[in-house]
Design a protein around this ligand. Structure first.
Ligand code: PRP
Length: 191
């Protein structure tokens, strides 16, 4: 593991080895549950790209990968629930076993919209796998079928998770220093 802590991180919440072990555990469950089925993995960009890459390599079933890119309207740090599809799927999901892969479920508004949209396309099954879940922040109830880590209401970055598009490259999931959040927000307003 990278033992050098980034200067903007106040605490490592989930280490790289903990993430690695959890990914293998989730992949084993998915491999078990999708016996005799092809998994159509839908990776929701951008945050889930590390998780997707590690998870899919540990799933021992036929698997097809596709990506969606979505964005919430508005500039706030929390989602509005009004979601715009920036890049749609290339695969037709009708009659197929779809597994949506997310980095984090927070208010549930983004996933609520996304799952509703995908359900209209009539997949044979539709499940959700998220690495991180913040249930205390939930506004819309979401069924999470595969959950990596349940965390409290801390602002976390790393392993794909960003703040203002930064910090995705950190190999662990860490808590961002509150003064850095304020400084980055102020810089964004000024530019
Ligand atoms: C994150 C995450 C979910 C959403 C969850 O994406 O990947 O899509 O927020 O938040 P919610 O439960 O409150 O709706 P983000 O908008 O940060 O985009 P990114 O994946 O490109 O970082």
């Amino acid at each position: 593991m990278n033992s050098t802590l980034h200067e903007d991180i106040e605490q490592v919440l989930i280490t790289a080895p903990q993430i690695e072990a959890k990914v293998l555990e989730l992949a084993a469950r998915i491999t078990h549950d999708y016996a005799d089925q092809e998994v159509l993995m839908v990776s929701v960009l951008k945050g889930s790209f590390f998780f997707t890459a590690d998870l899919m390599r540990a799933i021992k079933r036929p698997l097809v990968l596709d990506f969606m890119a979505i964005s919430s309207y508005g500039e706030s740090t929390t989602s509005s629930g009004v979601v715009r599809i920036l890049k749609d799927l290339e695969e037709n999901i009708g009659g197929r076993h779809v597994l949506v892969v997310e980095d984090i479920v927070d208010t549930g508004l983004t996933l609520g919209y996304l799952l509703k949209t995908l359900r209209l396309r009539q997949p044979a099954s539709l499940r959700l796998c998220t690495l991180v879940d913040k249930p205390v922040r939930r506004i819309l109830p979401i069924q999470v079928d595969y959950r990596g880590f349940e965390i409290e209401d801390r602002f976390v970055v790393g392993y794909g998770l960003d703040y203002a598009q930064n910090y995705r490259h950190l190999p662990y999931i860490g808590v961002l220093r509150p003064d850095r959040i304020a400084a980055i927000a102020a810089r964004a307003v000024a530019s």
